[in-house]
Design a protein around this ligand. Structure first.
Ligand code: S3P
Length: 168
């Protein structure tokens, strides 16, 4: 196992916010795979989906994941769909312990209300379909994770403290 910490979980689980807080407390470098894909493409996630389709986004995401999985001492926040692809899951396993930030559908709705337009997979889905996707993904996250943290009703500091207590 490598010397980084990987955060996985559904859209709205707080991977970026918690990742940044965790990296700061540990003195680790913070990397966000969505951010890297965006910066490299010079396009937003929505634009990448529109121009190259989901497959085009996933290709870019895999290439970033394979690269950051080789870093040492990083907190790696991944996009919600990343662990659903075996090649990504295999790379992430080598990077370090994998932490699943668990959420319920209510929290997903509240946390993504204002950003749904930036998330192409939420934009065209009914509430029922989002709930179904969450349930499907949750099994994948659970199977892959070394540790699951329930984030519902907790603030960033609480979750960061919990992760550190479990991992260190
Ligand atoms: C996706 C989640 C997004 C982003 C893309 C696809 C997904 O990341 O990678 O829109 O498949 O769940 P966040 O989980 O950071 O929203």
């Amino acid at each position: 196992m490598g010397g980084s910490i990987v955060l996985i979980g559904f859209m709205g689980a707080g991977k970026s916010t918690i990742g940044r807080g965790l990296a700061e407390r540990l003195g680790f470098r913070f990397v966000d795979t969505d951010r890297m894909v965006i910066d490299r493409a010079g396009l937003s996630v929505t634009q990448i989906f529109r121009r190259y389709g989901e497959a085009g986004f996933r290709e870019r995401e895999t290439s970033v994941i394979e690269e950051v999985a080789r870093y040492e001492g990083a907190v790696i926040a991944t996009g919600g769909g990343a662990p659903t692809i075996e090649r990504n899951a295999n790379a992430l396993k080598k990077a370090g312990p994998i932490v699943h930030l668990d959420v319920d559908i209510e929290t997903v709705r509240n946390r993504t209300k204002r950003s749904a337009s930036r998330r192409p997979l939420l934009k065209d889905r009914s509430a029922k379909d989002v709930a179904q996707l969450l349930e499907q993904r949750r099994k994948i996250y659970e199977d892959l994770a070394d540790l699951t943290i329930d984030t519902v009703g907790k603030d960033t500091d609480q979750v960061v403290t919990e992760i550190m207590g479990e991992l260190l």
